[in-house]
Design a protein. Structure first.
Length: 433
């Protein structure tokens, strides 16, 4: 027997699902248009223009503002900024019912995408948003523009079915999710709160139960330059950088052995990953390199603060100065400084999502643990809001030929639409002819 959909009747639920189907071609077209805006970091403006226009057209109360690094820096969840935030904006549209009688909701998603890499390795342009054999291709198609569009069109379906949500809804299109988490943090600091939040990240039609925190930092290793004919009298900073990386790998291995002490991570083979995502160094092929810098993304368990992890990482690198061949390796924070979190089971929000998912998918909602960062930490850690990170099946996110399943988008949209109606409550205007 399917669990109850809040106060929704079966007939009302059918009307909402039918409305999703009726507008689905328009939803896909909007998603394709969104993908065609290459919203890399600090260049999200045109995509945010599109989101602002779409929200305003729905009659929402609009709010758009530029992120303030100084305001953000005062919060423990702030990720240090290495770029200018001039022109870097969040967009929030708020739906307010005539009389607010239902529970409130945040529908959140990020507009920023990671770099596409060499375009000639893609089978098609990362920005053409082609739909082929049931998949929509393009950078950001899965992560997470399909989810951003689903939030809007799920709301549309509720209205098109003849209902007005009875609770306040904030539609958030945020920046900086891929590098600092400062976009959602800025929305939190601006005062946006609700009784639950849904974030349709590409999560394989499942709900995220727990996820890691993430630290970004750069390590600068110093060397002593000399001519290669007397290499032995110099000190090669690039060679030494690999020694520093090896030391960090030892910390990574140690933290992975501790997985049995962390709920929901016990069965993951390698939940803690350190990624060396970039390296530069040296000034001249015929000079022993005087410097080398490499970038690190390090994961941490929920319950471990970013400060605790950072202290251990600093101590690891500082210890290299005491070896037989002392290495000066200095880390500097460059982005994420974020703690992970666990979605505790048993909330009313999760129970309702289980019901909407089971109705649409014909199967029970599964939850899982992900070794990735999620903006849900802002709402869970700092506002105590149930954060439901739940979204469509995708492949190759952050990789070549990123793509998202079209039918998964359809079903996730139906599930979110039913969640909106069941969570916020509805005023029934009657079937739409």
């Amino acid at each position: 027997m399917t669990p109850a959909l809040g106060t929704l009747t079966d007939e009302q639920a059918r009307r909402i699902e039918t409305a999703v189907d009726a507008a689905f071609d328009a939803q896909l077209a909007f998603t394709q248009e969104l993908v065609k805006h290459p919203s890399r970091r600090t260049r999200e403006g045109s995509a945010q223009d599109l989101m602002h226009e779409a929200m305003a057209a729905r009659g929402f109360e609009m709010d758009r503002w530029e992120l303030d690094p100084e305001e953000l820096a005062a919060h423990e969840g702030f990720g240090p900024v290495t770029v200018s935030y001039a022109g870097v904006t969040n967009v929030v549209g708020t739906y307010r019912p005539g009389a607010e009688r239902g529970r409130s909701l945040i529908l959140n998603g990020h507009i920023d995408v990671v770099p596409e890499g060499p375009e000639d390795v893609w089978s098609r342009s990362p920005w053409d948003a082609s739909i082929i054999d049931g998949w929509m291709y393009g950078r950001g198609a899965g992560d997470m523009k399909a989810g951003l569009a689903a939030n809007l069109f799920a709301f549309d379906a509720v209205r098109a079915a003849g209902f007005d949500p009875a609770g306040r809804i904030h539609f958030q299109s945020v920046v900086e999710e891929e590098c600092t988490g400062n976009g959602s943090l800025a929305a939190f600091l601006r005062g946006y709160r609700a009784d639950a939040v849904v974030i349709p990240e590409p999560e394989e039609d499942m709900l995220v139960r727990a996820n890691v925190g993430v630290l970004w930092f750069k390590v600068r290793v110093s060397g002593s330059p000399t001519h290669p004919r007397v290499m032995g009298s110099g000190f090669n900073a690039i060679d030494a950088a690999y020694t520093a990386m090896a030391a960090l790998r030892e910390v990574e291995a140690k933290w992975n052995l501790e997985r049995f002490n962390h709920r929901y991570f016990e069965d993951l083979e390698h939940p803690i990953n350190f990624n060396f995502g970039g390296i530069v160094g040296g000034d001249w092929p015929s000079s022993v390199p005087a410097w080398c810098e490499f970038d690190v993304r390090a994961a941490i368990y929920p319950g471990i603060t970013a400060e605790e992890a950072w202290t251990e990482l600093q101590e690891c690198l500082a210890g290299l100065a005491a070896g037989d061949a002392p290495i000066e390796a200095v880390p500097t924070r460059t982005g994420f400084f974020a703690q992970g979190y666990v979605l505790e089971p048993g909330s009313d929000a999760e129970s309702l999502l289980e019901a909407t998912h089971e109705r649409v998918f014909g199967a029970q909602l599964e939850s899982f643990t992900t070794p990735g960062y999620l903006d849900g930490r802002v709402f869970a850690l700092y506002a105590g809001i149930p954060s439901l990170v739940y979204g469509p099946v995708s492949e190759a996110i952050h990789g070549f030929d990123e793509r998202v399943s079209v039918e998964s988008i359809r079903r996730i949209t139906k599930s979110i639409a039913l969640f909106i109606a069941g969570w916020c409550g509805i005023e029934d205007r009657g079937p739409v002819s």
